[in-house]
Design a protein around this ligand. Sequence first.
Ligand SMILES: *[C@@H]1O[C@H](CO)[C@@H](O)[C@H](O)[C@H]1NC(C)=O
Ligand SMILES: *[C@@H]1O[C@H](CO)[C@@H](O)[C@H](O)[C@H]1NC(C)=O
Length: 230
Amino acid sequence: MRSLLLILGFLILDSAHTDPCEGHTVLNDTWRNTSCRWTECVSDLKCDNGLRTGWYRFKSSGGWKISEIPVAEGHCSTASPGWLQGSHPTLEQGEGSGTVCFSGIGNPCSWKQEIKIKNCGSYFVYELKPTPYCNAVYCTGTATPPTHGDQSTGESSEQSSSVPAGSPTSDSGSQTINVEISSMTELDDDTAKKVALRKVQQMFQDQSPKQPIDWDQAEVQRWDVDEPDP
Ligand SMILES: *[C@@H]1O[C@H](CO)[C@@H](O)[C@H](O)[C@H]1NC(C)=O
Ligand SMILES: *[C@@H]1O[C@H](CO)[C@@H](O)[C@H](O)[C@H]1NC(C)=O
């Protein structure tokens, strides 16, 4: 019996270098709405202390943008709502930093959290950290349309995104991974590529990358068949 050794190079978008306009997690919680008071929209008060540090986009009928208007305590389905002190970056500014204020009793800014914000044309993405205590959340406020891109609701933003979906931003935004498959039988190219891709996905599953990897962008770069000497 002969064993066949395939070595494949996969082009993978490096999560750390992926444009956050593409590599982000969507938060679709309607209860983040500033108009949700205490448990009006939920059964229990909400918390963002379990949130993983990473890039997020808000997208729900409850709002798509962190409120720039101070929010008093007891709104956004929590005790201590977080709102943006200052304004969002313009499209020209691109990425910027911001300060989220969390309201306490009689104090609209009882503690602060520095975040990053990026203007993606028709929506914003935010690099958020977990809140240091429970019953504090990032709030989404008024549904004012964005100043650029989609002017209506911010919902049909995929089409008007300024960044083509799923394209690597630069060469440094990718990495090559070599996978070896040994098979007792002849594998056709397509099957071998599928098996190899599954292997790479399994490798990454255990590492839990900060941002999701766009597997549709993973492609075979090198294709060597190594038949060992009998
Ligand atoms: C939010 O997204 C999750 C996962 O995609 C989905 O199951 C859920 O129905 C969504 N909720 C709303 C309110 O859209
Ligand atoms: C959220 O707030 C907007 C106004 O800012 C309102 O139109 C909308 O109905 C609210 N949605 C929920 C789920 O409370």
